[in-house]
Every structure is written in C-alpha cells, then in structure tokens.
Design a protein around this ligand. Structure first.
Ligand code: C2O
Ligand code: CU
Ligand code: CU
Length: 523
C-alpha cells in the first residue's frame, strides 16, 4: 500500500491524462493544407527543385508511460518517430525511457518531417541550432493545435555537430517550453559530413550521445514540476532544478567501455541547471567541439561549464585504465559567487557534486588512433571590421514580472526598431547582464562566434570551464558581464527569436523576436 497525497501528484496529471489525449487525437487538422503552402513552400524555395526527400520522418508528440525507476512507470510526454524514407541509421532510440530518438542526418540531405500533435495543448517543434527558414523554425507563432498535423521540410545546411529538437509554444499567458520539455519532449539531432568522417574520430561503439537532465519525482515515480504559491515563484525566478540526475532518461547511468578512446556527445537538456563537467579521477577534460561542431583544435580544461541548451563534444581515452576500473563523469560542486547574498545569492545558485555516468572498463582493447592535432578545417573566421555595428541588449529584471531584454518581454511577434537586421550583414551583438543571475542567451537560426567577454563583475569559478572558441548558438552571460558575439544573417529573411534558454526565464517572457529584412541594395 502506498499512500499518495493527491495534492502532491505530478503536475503532468493536472493538465489532462491519457484519456483527454486520445479523445483529441482523432480530430486531425492538416495545417499544411488549411494554410496552403505556408511552411512547405518556403522550405522548398530554399532548396533543390526536385521534390525528392532524402529523409522522410513522422514525429509524434504524445503522452506515454515509461519505466524510469523500478516500481510504477512514470507518466511522460515524449516524441516517437517513424522512418518513412532515408538511411537505416537515421533513427536510433536513446535508451528505453522518454527522450526523443537520436536523428542522424548528413549535410546536404533534404528532410521532410510530418509532426503530429497528440498532446492536449498546442506545441511546436524547434530545431535548435539549425540554420533553417523562419517558417520551419518551430516558432510559437505557428503552433500545432491538439490533434493537428504539420508538415515541414528543409535542407540540412549545417556543419557536422550535435543539435537538438524541442517544443517552443508560447501563448498569451506565457510559455510552455519549460513544462513540455520537462515532461520529456526533447531529443538530439546529429549532423555528419565527409570532412568530419575523414578525421576518423571514435564512432560506432566508441561514441555515446548523452542527454543530461535533472528531474524531481514523487514517491510513486511521477515527475514533479513547479506548483503554485510563493515557493514556486522563487523557483521560476531561478529556474527549475531537480534533485535526480538523469542521463538519456535514466538514473545511475553506466556504460561499459574498453581501454580505448571514446567520443562523448553531450547535450544539456535541463531546464535551468548549469553543469561543471569533470572526470572523477582528475584527468583533464578534452573538448573537441561545441554547439556548432568541431573546434579547429582540441582544448583541455580541468572542467567544462555547460549551460542549458549547450552541447560539448568530448574525447576521452580509457587506455590508461585496467579492466575492472571505473571512471565517472561528474558535475563538480560550485558556488555562484559575485552575486550578492540573499535569496538569489551563492547557496541557491550553486550546486553540489553530482555523479552523471559511470564508465566501467570491462575489456582490454587497443586502438592506435590518437586524437588529431587539427580538427575542423571549415571553421569560418568572423568577418569583424572596426566599423562592424554593435547591437546592445541589456538583460534586466522587473520586480515580480521576471527578466527583460532591453526592458522588454515577449509580446507576440512584436519586433522593435532595434530588433531588425539586414540579410547578409555581420553584426556584433552585445549582451549586458545587469541582473544577479547568469543567463544562457540563445539566438535562433545561426551559429555565432564568442568575440569578447568583458567582465565587469567578478570572475566566477565557472569561467575557467568556458570554451569560447568555435561556433555556438547559446552563450552563458554571467552577472555583471558583457559578452560580444559576432554573427552573420545568411540565406533566410523573416522572423527569428533570441532568448534566455533558462526555460523558466524564457517562458516568463525573457524572449523576443527579431527580423531579418532583405538587403536594400541587392535584388
Ligand atoms: Cu532551444 Cu528558442 O530554443
Ligand atoms: Cu533555438
Ligand atoms: Cu535567464
């Protein structure tokens, strides 16, 4: 007999269970048909003339029950996918729990996805980090209603790297990204190309995709998110943090490895937690890639700071170990200093040490391949000149209302004068953090260079784990810091978004649209 206090049930249950979902699922509305050519035509215009798709997928967002712990199954929302056409390795399950499947793509492929919303509320699917037309970017302005389907298509133009997909709904009463992602809607998307494959980095059995998330559960294994009341207001200000670490949707993650090199493709899919990734045996962390793919050359750190939505690509050689040994990937304890005291101060923003994955060395193996000294040859240099315009965005806070960007919050598709850029231009975007919290700032539709960090506050210990080289779509901006990003608006005009990727901040309105206008000179 387990006693379950109904007041402490998972929030998931409050928004309708399985019965509601299946009742709605039959009412299919074909968005592609009801608004002729909207997402589809634009995508087609950006790519090849022939109508053939290299990869054709059906992606469902739906409620389910999955085993996470022993005992009762957990109610989740999740993506499941079906391959209609495309290479056999396009879809791989990421464990037996809720995460969406790993979608493997090759640069140059043309992708079609039919999305089916079997949830009891609006959703969208955003391709985080990908350079795609505005209409297929999964923005909240094009929601998929419960029971509806949406067809999207685009060409895979991005560099080889680890990206991801997740919902992006935001209605008049706020966002639902935090809730839907927390409920389980998120999955990794990997792009590869010939240049990457020529490097012969560890692959197959020697490559792991690790989705890091923190969750909290009731005693009967149900997910708990933010409730109502005073305590929850605090949680929303800070962002949700759970007390259980899940890797690919499972606690106590273990991987058996041999005495050879491995490649770890790590995605921080947490709502708000920042990880301080390190090895339990004190060996340095070798980083070979960031959000936007491989670095020009590997970098080493004592630990790597990974903010929500960011990815890191690690190379590790278990060659020095003997069978029977184990090495753990951990998130080290940290203090968030330089933030003043009180409710937002050190204690509440810091973190204790957490174990993420135990690598158990089971078999001796020799792999003579070392780590190449040079990695990517295709890493573009930022084309910054002394007259490159600087666009400044100040991150602030409005009492009781949440965080702001230049004093504004999300307001439909409203775009202010200082949120309009020109196709083909390169700009410096400067995020100035005037708050007491770090904010992982994300820009849609492109990868940027972290050009400069100007620390006006004190440097925190987490600064030592930053990898600013390479390409990024999400950058951590610490309190009192100014971070300058170099970015170019290429190929696509129209609406895109920029926002804090602390999902609770984003849902509370720390998010805006910006618009890419056609150049006035060219035709
Ligand atoms: Cu991963 Cu606008 O988000
Ligand atoms: Cu994004
Ligand atoms: Cu934020």
């Amino acid at each position: 007999m387990t006693h379950v206090d109904p007041g402490r049930r998972a929030v998931l249950r409050w928004f309708g269970g399985l019965a509601t979902v299946s009742a709605l699922a039959g009412t299919g509305v074909w968005l592609g048909g009801s608004r002729p050519g909207l997402p589809y035509a634009t995508a087609m215009a950006s790519g090849r003339e022939d109508g053939a798709f290299d990869v054709d997928l059906r992606l469902r967002a739906h409620a389910d029950e999955v085993p996470i712990f022993s005992g009762p199954a957990s109610e989740v929302w999740r993506y499941t996918a079906e391959r209609i056409a495309g290479p056999a390795d396009t879809l791989t399950a990421l464990g037996e729990s809720y995460p969406g499947p790993l979608i493997r793509l090759r640069r140059g492929q043309r992708l079609r996805v039919e999305l089916r919303n079997e949830l009891p509320e609006d959703t969208t699917v955003h391709w985080h980090g990908l350079h795609v037309p505005s209409e297929v970017d999964g923005q909240p302005r094009l929601p998929i209603a419960p029971g509806a389907r949406q067809e999207i298509a685009f060409d895979v133009r991005d560099r080889a790297g680890l990206y991801w997909y997740h919902p992006h709904p935001h209605g008049p009463r706020g966002g639902r990204v935090g809730f839907q992602a927390y409920a389980g809607l998120a999955g990794p998307l990997m792009i590869t190309d010939e240049q990457e494959q020529a490097l012969e980095l560890p692959a197959g059995e020697q490559e792991f995709v690790l989705l890091l998330q923190d969750r909290s559960f009731t005693r009967d294994n149900q997910l708990q998110y933010i409730g109502d009341g005073m305590g929850s207001m605090m949680t929303r200000m800070r962002g949700f943090r759970g007390n259980r670490m899940l890797v690919n949707g499972r606690p106590d993650a273990r991987r058996d490895v041999a005495t050879q090199p491995y490649r770890l493709r790590i995605l921080n899919g947490s709502n708000a937690r920042i990880y301080k990734l390190a090895w339990s045996d004190g060996r340095p962390v070798t980083v070979i890639g960031t959000d936007g793919g491989l670095l020009a050359a590997p970098e080493q750190r004592a630990f790597v700071t990974l903010a929500p939505a960011q990815r890191t690509d690690l190379w590790v050689d278990f060659g020095g170990a003997k069978p029977g040994d184990s090495v753990r990937l951990v998130s080290e304890a940290y203090e968030m200093s330089g933030m003043g005291g009180g409710m937002m101060g050190g204690g509440m923003m810091g973190s204790q040490r957490e174990s993420l994955v135990t690598f158990r060395i089971t078999s001796p193996e020799t792999d003579p391949r070392g780590l190449p000294e040079r990695l990517a040859e295709d890493l573009p240099a930022p084309s910054i000149r002394p007259d490159t315009p600087v666009r400044r965005f100040t991150l602030g806070m409005r009492m009781m209302r949440g965080f702001t960007i230049n004093g504004r919050q999300m307001n439909g598709t409203n775009v202010a004068d200082d949120e309009i850029v020109t196709l083909g231009d390169t700009e410096i975007w400067e995020f100035v953090n005037d708050t007491m919290m770090p904010h992982p700032m994300h820009v849609h539709g492109l990868q940027f260079h972290v050009h400069e960090r100007i620390a006006e506050g004190s440097r925190t210990e987490l600064h030592d784990g930053l990898i600013d080289a390479g390409l990024h779509d999400t950058v951590l901006v610490f309190p009192g810091e100014r971070v300058r990003l170099a970015m170019t608006f290429e190929h696509f005009t129209g609406l895109y978004m920029y926002h804090c990727h602390n999902m609770e901040h984003e849902d509370a309105g720390m998010m805006r649209y910006f618009r890419v206008d056609p150049s006035r000179i060219s035709a």
